[in-house]
Design a protein around this ligand. Structure first.
Ligand code: SUG
Length: 436
């Protein structure tokens, strides 16, 4: 018996709006606004609490130190560096090293269940996130975190990230899905890419095409997929230029259902041909425009198999207040032919304002019972752990953060102190070790 565990990113204490992601409409549009790290973290925990109550297996991935001493070292700053030293070199650099962007764990890694790999282990490749400077700073800690939790080599293989280079640009599971009859059955891997290695990293209209096809091809090879069960599909240029900086902004897959916007893929026929068993629920642009899909984040919902076997959509509240998306879902639920049986709305406005909806906040890992039992640390979420985490957030997180606060050395110390305590709560004492 296998289960899909959603490992949500716990929002870190420096969550802020720095406008770092070209091509991500929310990030650019909210640059400079005051954020609330505490509200952001509590909104994420409230989503986990409700899913746990519904009987959905839930995991957690911890935030990263900001600034990360190892990143500072790579940049040539000594231990004990002050915010002023960074500000002196470049104010933009300070914002990049302080970003709490590791919360969007859909970008942490690409994961293959043990049913689909040549050695029968779960394979994980941390994403290099080379397309965005602030996100590229996540990869070393992500690699260390995954090695700490998925440490048992009898069950797990954690690969090195691909090298930092534009041709290998990899954004993890945000451009990867898996079609299978049930989670425990062998699956067909769907890799969605934005460009071929010889194409520019920017579209002709100037939007980043973050995922390289070569990166996906290499990951599929290293995970030992059966080539007959792998599909590479190109993301449509129209979607990228409209603000779908990852495919998970316009499509989501759960088991045998692909829920996608009509304009998500360059050639939707390719997916139909290579995954004949899939039910493709395509939302016509005439019902929901690409613009509404991207501003509401309809497709950045989690599509989850309920314990009773039906499918539920975990959607951001913006979907309910956008007339076209709310009308679409009302009709979908009333329609017995549509696999979406129910919708749960969540207020994730703090994350959404940086372009991160429910599906961005989680990394899906399909695990057998033995693999679940082999995880290290206290990372499977239940009601007592949620209570501990809420208390911890309320004790350590600031209610408000302005862009200027990123240069407050007290914030640096407060965050380090908070994460030290978190590593004890999660029973992962080596999580933030300096030698990684
Ligand atoms: O990479 N935003 C993230 C949002 C990631 C959403 N993930 C998925 N769709 N899977 C990004 O663009 C904004 C940070 C800032 O501007 O402060 C940011 O990094």
């Amino acid at each position: 018996m296998s289960v899909e565990v959603n490992f949500d990113g716990l929002v870190g204490p420096t969550h802020n709006y720095a406008g770092l992601s070209l091509g991500n409409r929310a990030s650019i549009g909210n640059a400079g606004r005051t954020s609330s790290p505490r509200r952001a973290a509590l909104q994420g925990l409230a989503k986990m609490r409700e899913l746990v109550a519904l009987g959905i297996p839930q995991g957690i991935l911890p935030p990263q130190r900001r600034p990360d001493p190892i990143v500072l070292r790579h940049l040539g700053f000594d231990a004990g560096t002050t915010p002023d030293a960074l500000l002196d070199v470049s104010p933009g650099l300070l914002a990049m090293v302080m970003s709490a962007s590791s919360m969007w764990t859909a970008n942490a890694a690409t994961v293959s269940p043990s049913t689909d790999t040549s050695d029968g282990r779960v394979h994980l490749t941390p994403a290099n996130l080379s397309s965005m400077t602030h996100r590229s700073f996540e990869v070393e800690q992500t690699h260390h975190t995954l090695r700490s939790i998925f440490a048992d080599e009898a069950h797990f293989r954690v690969h090195d990230p691909l090298p930092h280079a534009a041709v290998f640009a990899d954004e993890g599971a945000a451009n990867h899905g898996r079609i299978a009859t049930t989670h425990g059955d062998p699956g067909t891997h769907v890799f969605v890419y934005g460009r071929e290695p010889d194409e520019s990293a920017l579209s002709p209209a100037g939007f980043p095409r973050r995922q390289s096809r070569l990166a996906s091809r290499l990951i599929s090879h290293s995970h030992g997929h059966d080539p007959a069960r792998v599909v590479f599909v190109r993301q449509s240029a129209e979607a990228i230029d409209a603000g779908a900086f990852h495919n998970d902004v316009v499509a989501v897959i759960n088991e045998n259902v692909v829920f996608a916007h009509e304009n998500a893929f360059a050639d939707p026929a390719e997916l139909r041909a290579r995954a004949p068993g899939a039910t493709i629920v395509e939302v016509p642009a005439a019902d929901v425009s690409l613009d509404d899909a991207i501003s509401s984040y309809l497709f950045n919902s989690q599509l989850i198999t309920d314990p009773d076997g039906s499918m539920m959509l975990v959607a951001p509240i913006e979907v309910s207040t956008t007339p076209s998306t709310s009308a679409y879902l009302d009709a979908a639920i009333a329609d017995d032919g549509n696999p979406i049986g129910s919708v749960h709305y969540f207020d994730l406005r703090e994350s959404m304002s940086n372009g991160g909806g429910p599906a961005c906040l989680r990394l899906r890992v399909v695990l057998t019972e033995a693999e679940l039992a082999a995880l290290r640390g206290n990372v499977i979420v239940d009601a007592p752990l949620l209570g501990d985490l809420e208390t911890w957030v309320n004790r350590h997180y600031r209610d408000e953060l302005t862009p200027d606060d990123l240069g407050d050395v007290d914030l640096w110390h407060e965050s380090d102190h908070a994460l030290d305590e978190l590593s004890r709560i999660l029973d992962l004492p080596d999580l933030y070790a300096d030698a990684r």
